[in-house]
Design a protein. Structure first.
Length: 80
């Protein structure tokens, strides 16, 4: 199945080693961790299968603070 892009943010008490394990579970299931946000957020962006998304989504309120679709931000040209 096709993977969609998501941002996954973990709770503050989740250690970098734990984030590494969750990232590995994504790659082990055929997904891809695209960016790590260790210095900004405790999380990463990734291409995640629908099955892995359902698994991670069930962890919200536990180890995952937020998981949501990654959207591209495009700069807007403002003219005077």
């Amino acid at each position: 199945m096709a993977a969609d892009k998501y941002i996954v943010v973990f709770e503050d008490n989740v250690t970098p080693a734990m984030v590494d394990e969750y990232a590995k579970s994504i790659t082990d299931s055929g997904g891809e961790v695209v960016n790590r946000f260790d210095n900004v957020l405790n999380g990463f962006s990734a291409k995640i299968s629908p099955e892995k998304f359902a698994e991670f989504n069930s962890l919200q309120g536990g180890v995952i603070k937020y998981i949501g679709a990654r959207r591209s931000l495009r700069p807007h040209l403002i003219r005077d």
